[in-house]
Design a protein around this ligand. Structure first.
Ligand SMILES: NC(=O)c1ccc[n+]([C@@H]2O[C@H](COP(=O)([O-])OP(=O)(O)OC[C@H]3O[C@@H](n4cnc5c(N)ncnc54)[C@H](OP(=O)(O)O)[C@@H]3O)[C@@H](O)[C@H]2O)c1
Length: 149
């Protein structure tokens, strides 16, 4: 059976800033690293499925709408069933945070650019997404680092 390949490409500030007032915290910054990051996002996701929450999908510029499949996901949708609809495809989970909370356990590759931004944010990266769904069999744990054994 064909699998869905689930990936993420995102950008964060130095402290994990992700979003501000519905946009990117560094919106409008024309410095080369910021411009290159946006271009790279659209290069990597071209031809694939971009699955994200309503606000994130609404922020995709018109020029990028024709050459990728945009899918709005809602909290009423089951993540596993939703991903199965795209068997054989590469699906990029585009956020925001509640969407990554729900889909992180399926992600095989996180591609995170850490931009030189140190300002405010109202959406933040959560490092727990990187290991979501990971389990360690009890007898494979290092007993010295786990008091609950
Ligand atoms: N830096 C980056 O790489 C990056 C990437 C993406 C987004 N952002 C930023 O993040 C912000 C937008 O994110 P956002 O979280 O505010 O809005 P969002 O993109 O609309 O995503 C959150 C919404 O997704 C829906 N959703 C879908 N599946 C869900 C599930 N299984 N569980 C829970 N909710 C689910 C919920 O809406 P319903 O309950 O109404 O269905 C939820 O409110 C913007 O500032 C944007 O710029 C940054």
């Amino acid at each position: 059976m064909k699998k869905t390949v689930v990936r993420v490409v995102c950008a964060i500030g130095q402290a994990g800033q992700l979003g501000l007032k519905g946009g990117l915290p560094w919106e409008g910054n024309r410095s080369p690293e910021f411009v290159a990051d946006v271009a790279r996002f659209f290069d990597l996701t071209r031809g694939h499925v971009l699955l994200a929450g309503p606000k994130t999908i609404a922020s995709v510029p018109d020029f990028a709408r024709a050459d990728r499949d945009l899918v709005v996901v809602r909290s009423s949708m089951d993540p596993e069933d939703t991903l199965q609809r795209f068997a054989g495809r590469v699906v990029f989970i585009g956020g925001g945070p509640p969407v990554w909370d729900a889909y992180a356990r399926f992600v095989s590759h996180w591609d995170i650019t850490r931009l030189p931004y140190g300002g405010p944010a109202d959406r933040w990266f959560d490092a727990r997404w990187l290991t979501a769904g990971g389990e360690v069999a009890k007898n494979h744990r290092d007993p010295s680092s786990h008091r609950d054994q």
